[in-house]
Design a protein around this ligand. Structure first.
Ligand code: ZN
Length: 227
């Protein structure tokens, strides 16, 4: 019996001679709770992130930075997949000795709050990113995605990156029946997914990832956390 859990990763390679060694990451957790099939937590998030990458691939964009998707394992037990990836590639939050890849990642985007529409982004205390994301959300304001809150949100894999000072963001989503019905229950099944919301989410994520890959500078960072 294999007691290990595995992350799933894939890339669209960057093409800019100087920026292709840098990455923009997106992801969500692939593991789920045992009560049902985990449709809203978190097949929905994985499907959106995979669709965002499919859209970018189908458009045959030549991103300046490398685009890397990660579908994490072990999230439900304590963000194990993403925490260990961050520890192996960027920094151990207990020591904060930065590895070379730490300066090569621009941002990480996460989706893990069910099937609801994207309404904006939790800025995770990073005020400098507000004007950037404001302009990136502008094309989607008429779809109802226009909120930027300085607040933190917890409970999922962007925290692993935030813990070592990498800009990392969870999107704000409509709650629908996530808290009241599907989250970690035997009702977390396919019929609770809203296909149109997920399609819209994939478009917004694809746009954010593309903009991050093309931007001259990396996403502005908060002060590095102490070990
Ligand atoms: Zn989840």
């Amino acid at each position: 019996m294999d007691l290990k859990a595995y992350n799933v990763l894939a890339e669209i390679p960057g093409t800019d001679p100087t920026l292709k060694s840098e990455v923009v990451m997106l992801g969500g957790h692939l593991d789920s709770w045992h009560g049902a099939t985990g449709a809203t937590d978190n097949a929905a998030g994985c499907a959106v992130m995979m669709e965002a990458v499919r859209i970018l691939k189908a458009l045959n964009i030549q991103p300046r930075r490398t685009i890397r998707i990660a579908l994490w394992s072990g999230e439900e037990e304590g963000l194990y997949g993403s925490r260990n990836y961050v520890k192996n590639h960027f920094a151990d939050p207990a020591k904060m000795e930065l590895m070379p890849e730490h300066e090569k990642i621009s941002a990480y985007y996460n989706l893990d709050n069910g099937s609801g529409k994207i309404r904006g982004v939790y800025l995770q205390g990073n005020q400098q990113v507000r004007p950037v994301f404001n302009s990136w959300l502008a094309p989607f304001n008429d779809m109802g995605a226009k909120t930027l809150t300085i607040e933190n949100t917890g409970g999922t894999d962007h925290l692993s990156f935030d813990a070592v000072g990498i800009p990392a963001f969870q999107f704000i989503q409509d709650k629908l029946e996530y808290d009241t019905r599907t989250h970690h229950t035997n009702m977390d099944t396919y019929d609770h997914l809203v296909a149109d919301d997920l399609k819209e989410a994939a478009i917004i994520v694809a746009s954010f990832v593309y903009n991050t890959a093309q931007r001259d500078e990396k996403i502005p960072r908060k002060e590095l956390p102490k070990p």
